[in-house]
Design a protein around this ligand. Structure first.
Ligand SMILES: Nc1ncnc2c1ncn2[C@@H]1O[C@H](COP(=O)(O)OP(=O)(O)OP(=O)(O)O)[C@@H](O)[C@H]1O
Ligand SMILES: [Mg+2]
Length: 299
């Protein structure tokens, strides 16, 4: 079987680039220490809580002393900026403009979390020419100087953009609710993921559970199904309670982990932060942010 990088290359459009050229670019632009952790947050079904988790997890990590950047890669539904309580003028795609530097698109959010807004036109990244890809690759490379954890809020479902982001990220958190439709769609993501990569760094988070047992039930069922039909085990990292503070916080455009730190949902997210920081890491060897960009842009 070919390695993951080449599979990614097959998945996306042909990107003719000489190996030597790729190395040259890598050496030119990425001489910083690469210890950045990249976590993609995804789901099969839409509306299951990706953005809420991404924002609150980002703030939670920052409160735990990490330097966090949140990138909104949700095509067409970009809304991280709303939950960060501000509106931005610039987004990821503006980096294609020669006059725009990384600093121009990075905003300072709640608790000092840095974030980059997404836009509908992000879809255009897939038809970028080689020069545009290089430009994005080069400019985004410096994100790892600004953060040691980069969280990517992907869109839902199995479109090519989402798949590319989750294949490029070293850690993937797959969010689902206990609803059968959400579970079926989550299963489809696991199936695609295991088809395209040999990585097994995808973990489930069950959102909107009413009690802990519900999470165990759902996780067990999902694991049995993936084992039976895909031959893989998928672990469950944890759960978030169904909690009215989540929607209240969305309305107030404020992370619930700050507004209601003692609420059940906030306590769950704090627990997830702890797990992720203390050996809950879902991969052994990290290539950090640079590795993510290389894979995303087919280097
Ligand atoms: N734990 C929870 N308890 C109660 N309500 C929740 C919870 N998580 C999410 N919600 C509700 O679901 C809504 C959608 O959440 P969110 O926007 O985070 O989902 P999403 O997966 O990012 O959606 P999309 O696919 O549209 O990007 C929230 O506005 C909130 O009302
Ligand atoms: Mg969202």
């Amino acid at each position: 079987m070919s390695d993951q990088a080449s599979r990614l290359r097959n998945l996306v459009e042909e990107r003719a680039v000489e190996e030597s050229q790729a190395r040259e670019i890598g050496e030119l632009y990425f001489d910083v220490a690469e210890n950045t952790r990249v976590i993609a947050i995804t789901s099969g079904k839409g509306g299951v809580g990706k953005t809420s988790l991404a924002v609150n997890l980002a703030v939670g990590f920052q409160m735990a002393g990490q330097k966090v950047m949140l990138i909104d890669a949700d095509i067409g539904m970009a809304n991280v900026n709303l939950l960060m309580g501000s509106v931005t003028n610039r987004s990821l795609i503006d980096l294609l403009n020669d006059e725009v530097e990384l600093e121009d698109v990075v905003e300072n959010g709640v608790m000092g979390v840095k974030y980059i807004s997404g836009v509908a036109e992000l879809e255009a990244t897939l038809s970028l020419n080689r020069n545009e890809q290089k430009k994005l690759h080069k400019k985004l490379g410096r994100c790892s100087e600004m953060a040691n954890i980069i969280i990517i809020d992907t869109g839902a479902g199995l479109n090519r953009n989402v798949i590319e982001f989750i294949l490029a990220a070293e850690e993937v958190l797959l969010i689902t609710t206990p609803e059968p439709t959400a579970l079926a769609d989550a299963y489809a993501v696991i199936k695609a993921y295991t088809t395209y990569t040999e990585r097994r760094n995808i973990k489930l988070i069950i959102n909107r559970v009413r009690e802990e047992e519900e999470c165990e039930d759902v996780a067990e069922k999902m694991n049995q199904t993936t084992k039976k039909f895909l031959g893989v085990s998928v672990n469950c990292l944890g759960y978030i309670y169904d909690d009215k503070v989540v929607s209240e916080a969305v309305h107030r455009q404020e992370p619930f982990i700050i507004a209601n730190p003692k609420s059940p949902a906030a306590r769950c997210v704090s627990e997830l932060v702890k797990i992720l920081l203390s050996g809950g890491r879902m991969g052994s060897v990290s290539k950090g942010w640079r590795g993510f960009l290389d894979r995303l842009f087919g280097y």
